[in-house]
Write a protein that binds this ligand. Structure first.
Ligand SMILES: NC(=O)c1ccc[n+]([C@@H]2O[C@H](COP(=O)([O-])OP(=O)(O)OC[C@H]3O[C@@H](n4cnc5c(N)ncnc54)[C@H](OP(=O)(O)O)[C@@H]3O)[C@@H](O)[C@H]2O)c1
Length: 170
């Protein structure tokens, strides 16, 4: 399982239920990487999508504790146990955790890789990601050249988990 996210220099990822940056090249990277794959998200992230609709051409799995919650085109899981039972059906390499803050921070220990778009800006935010630079279980294995959209510079970085090559869901 992998995680994919865009972060500011202060590891900020969201404000008021929305993303912090408008980066078309990062959106394209996200789409290319997750297309035809399995995406795992929290209920707030689903609700932040246009029309609260799932991502097209992907298997959308949504976590919520609300047993009444339904969303067309989504598989709903009510706990990590339920999620892990569902995830056993798929190739672990095809599973992407796509947010938001709560879900990333609960699931990163089970990820083998984190695809982190690092934006060279500080943003006012209410949602933050775990700091992978300060986690001794993770290392930066790849950093792209610098890209620029709308005056913002960013890099596509890959962090690897030293402790997990591929998590086996049981
Ligand atoms: N920068 C990026 O790449 C990126 C990507 C995605 C999202 N975001 C941003 O992140 C923010 C949203 O993050 P968030 O932390 O507020 O919400 P979230 O992680 O999307 O969803 C949190 C919700 O998921 C459910 N949940 C979490 N853990 C669960 C568990 N173990 N079992 C069952 N349900 C569980 C709960 O729903 P219930 O309350 O219904 O129980 C919880 O309130 C937004 O600002 C969004 O734009 C940023």
């Amino acid at each position: 399982m992998k995680l994919i996210v865009a972060v500011a220099k202060n590891w900020a990822i969201g404000f008021n239920g929305d993303l912090l940056f408008d980066l078309p090249d990062d959106m394209a990277f996200f789409k290319k990487t997750t297309l035809d794959k399995i995406v795992v998200m929290g209920r707030n992230t689903l609700l932040s999508f246009p029309g609260a609709k799932p991502l097209k051409n992907r298997t959308n799995i949504v976590l919520t504790t609300n047993r009444e919650f339904e969303a067309e085109g989504c598989i709903i899981c009510h706990s990590l146990d339920e999620l892990f039972t569902e995830l056993k059906k798929y190739n672990s390499d095809d599973i992407f955790v796509v947010g938001g803050g709560k879900i990333y921070n609960e699931l990163y220990p089970y990820c083998s890789e984190a695809l982190i778009t690092k934006v060279d800006a500080i943003a006012n935010a209410d949602t933050f990601l775990h700091n992978f630079d300060e986690d001794e279980n993770w290392y930066l294995s790849y950093a792209s050249e610098v890209h620029e959209n709308n005056g913002l510079k960013f890099m596509f970085n890959t962090y690897k988990n030293k402790t997990i090559e591929n998590y086996e869901f049981k």
